[in-house]
Design a protein around this ligand. Structure first.
Ligand SMILES: [Zn+2]
Length: 640
């Protein structure tokens, strides 16, 4: 595996969450890609208004922001501090989301004022030597760094660094308060955990990627070296053993030697993302190869149809290979997000349609599933099978994290809501990339792309689509150099029979079949040329890998990139209304019916001798109509 040299010298100038110095593809930032309409634009609008307001209200209401005020006033102690040991990180993820959102809107004076006010409160709590944490180090609290297994001090700082990176890349580093706060904290981390310092790591990986990006932003190699130290140290039993074993925090085996992602699913993915950062920066091809293999293993054997990861509730961890029970799917929203961050870094390093495929699957079926349509309640865990109708969550009450069977407004452990917020606000950065000789579209959204190829040649594209409802994606060239260049389109793995039609403003129309993978149109484009991708967005039955015992004898229904699900509320108007949900089987031979954008399947109740056509819902929209039973995998009638 070769790592190519930097593609352009101006990487850091762009508004991207990850800016590797080496790689195959150059990420395009929020200054280069804007999502202007369609599915993801709607979500971004809700996120930028309702969700951000909602999160800030809960951060205030639960006293997690007030912890910083008390710390600044010198009155914070173990008795009056609110929230869990990682509550500081929710403020940082929120600040990151707001920084991206301000950039996405091209500036917003009101949001900017709110943002600065919050940053001031955070900065006031920082100690003289750069230490920043509301849970440790005061007279009545436990000492600093005294509980790396569970304390999350470095984890919290990792999110602080990423928040500062979002701000630095969107509004500049000079004189920025949050960037300065992050710099001082990072210097302290390097000091305390450097070559001659504390040789342990944080129980929850995250600081690795944060340090790597902050190092890239500030051109500070020491931060990248420290990130590398943390990655290399882990796996050598540097943390205390715990009841679930050191595998829980990936300290059982060095990451180079792991077979697949294991242990706590969020930790494993954040660590893997940081390890790609380190591998790429150090041009460590063997580490990158190991991560490539682990990704492949994990996606093949330890990932749900939705892209969700983690089948153990007890320790929020990956199960063994093929251990993917639907009704016990933990599939934490954050694990999906962390998996996207890991996958995106591999995509930039190596390119490959499989990475864009997984990101798409996870965005539509995990990340989008978490927030309600109105953006004010969330799933923490994302089950694939709800056996009993869930309970409505009280909109004014904090929920125990995974216990809510319907979306809840806020959680005691509320990592997921602000994590979705920062991901949606920065989503444009995951749509397209560039090389010296072309543009690659990885996700399909109505959007504009404006960037430069080698030699500064300007390229601009307008993308229009109703995806994922419809499969047509129209790419119109708005600006093009006079030399030939390449437009690459990801053809999803499920897309059999996709076509690409090239309609030059002058000249003949060309039509091509496009196989799953990547379709590249290499030619001299002119302003006004159109490239039309048609993906077969239609319902299909998906069979599980036969080695996944829990869903053997079942099929799922997918439509384009979306997983569909059966909800019991949809049985009410059918002859199956009095059937047991568990008795229903699907008749695949009957195929599908479609009605007003809804997909219907033929279900049977063999015990009662009844059958009916029943509409399915998009999995990400399930439970929007109140309590319901739900299942993604539908049993086949032929199961003996
Ligand atoms: Zn979470």
């Amino acid at each position: 595996m070769t790592l190519t040299p930097p593609i352009t010298a101006e990487l850091d100038a762009h508004r991207v969450p990850a800016a590797p110095a080496h790689g195959t593809l150059r990420p395009l930032g929020l200054d280069e890609v804007v999502i202007t309409g369609g599915f993801w634009h709607r979500r971004q609008e809700v996120n930028g208004t309702a969700t951000l307001d909602h999160i800030e209200q809960w951060l205030e209401r639960e006293g997690w922001l007030a912890n910083f005020d008390l710390a600044a006033a010198g009155t914070l102690d173990a008795g009056n501090r609110r929230g869990r040991e990682f509550s500081d990180s929710e403020i940082y993820k929120y600040l990151e989301a707001v920084a991206w959102e301000i950039a996405r809107r091209g500036g917003d004076a009101g949001l900017e004022v709110r943002y600065r006010r919050l940053v001031k409160r955070v900065a006031a709590a920082q100690e003289h030597d750069g230490y920043l944490n509301t849970r440790f180090g005061r007279a009545s609290q436990e000492p600093r760094w005294s509980d790396l297994e569970w304390g999350h001090e470095l984890y919290n700082l990792g999110h602080l660094f990423q928040a500062a990176v979002a701000r630095g890349r969107t509004s500049g580093i000079d004189g920025d308060l949050l960037v300065e706060v992050a710099r001082r904290a990072a210097d302290l981390v390097c000091d305390v955990f450097g070559p001659d310092g504390d040789q342990r790591v944080c129980g929850h990986a995250e600081v690795e990627s944060g340090l790597a990006e902050l190092g890239r932003l500030l051109d500070e190699p020491a931060y990248l070296q420290q990130a590398r130290r943390f990655v290399e140290r882990r796996g050598h039993h540097v943390l205390q053993d715990i009841e679930w074993g050191r595998s829980y925090f990936q300290d059982e085996v060095p990451i180079r030697n792991a077979e697949g992602l294991h242990g706590h699913a969020v930790r494993a993915n954040y660590l893997a993302a940081g390890a790609v950062d380190v591998a790429v920066e150090a041009q460590d091809a063997s580490l990158l190869q190991a991560l490539h293999e682990q990704w492949r293993h994990t996606i093949e054997r330890r990932t749900y149809l939705t892209g969700g990861q983690g089948s153990h509730h007890q320790d929020e961890a990956f199960g063994e290979d093929w251990e993917l029970p639907s009704d016990r799917a933990y599939s934490e929203t954050c694990a999906g997000i962390a998996s996207i961050y890991f996958t995106w870094r591999l995509l930039l390093a190596e390119s490959g349609a499989q990475y864009g495929d997984l990101i798409e699957r996870t965005l539509f079926n995990v990340v989008e599933t978490s927030p309600a349509e109105d953006g004010r309640s969330f799933y923490y865990a994302n089950t694939l099978h709800q056996r009993t109708p869930g309970d409505e969550a009280d909109p004014d009450t904090i929920s125990p994290r995974a216990h809510s069977s319907l979306r809840a407004p806020w959680f005691e452990v509320s990592c997921c809501p602000p994590n979705t917020a920062r991901t949606f606000a920065s989503l444009a950065a995951y749509v397209a990339t560039a090389t010296n000789r072309g543009i690659q579209l990885h996700q399909y959204a109505t959007s504009t792309v404006d960037t430069r190829l080698a030699g500064g040649a300007e390229v601009a594209l307008d993308v229009e689509t109703e995806y994922p409802r419809r499969g047509e994606v129209t790419v119109r060239v708005r600006r093009s150099p006079t030399e030939p260049w390449a437009l690459s389109l990801r053809i999803p793995g499920w897309a059999r029979g996709a076509t690409v039609t090239i309609r030059p403003l002058s000249g003949d129309t060309e039509q091509h079949e496009a196989q799953p993978g990547t379709f590249t149109a290499q030619r001299t484009f002119a302003e006004g040329d159109v490239v039309e991708l048609t993906l077969p967005v239609q319902p299909r039955f998906t069979e599980p890998d036969r080695r996944i015992d829990a869903v053997r004898g079942c099929v799922a229904v997918e439509c384009g990139p979306e997983v569909l699900a059966l909800e019991s509320v949809d049985l009410q108007d059918t002859d199956l209304r009095s059937s047991e949900f568990a008795d229903l089987t699907v008749d695949t031979a009957a195929g599908f019916r479609e009605d007003g954008g809804r997909v219907l399947v033929r279900l049977e109740d063999a015990t009662a001798g009844t059958a009916a056509w029943v509409p399915l819902v998009r999995y990400h929209s399930w439970a929007e109509r109140g309590p319901s039973r739900m299942r993604v995998w539908l049993p086949l009638a032929t199961t003996r």
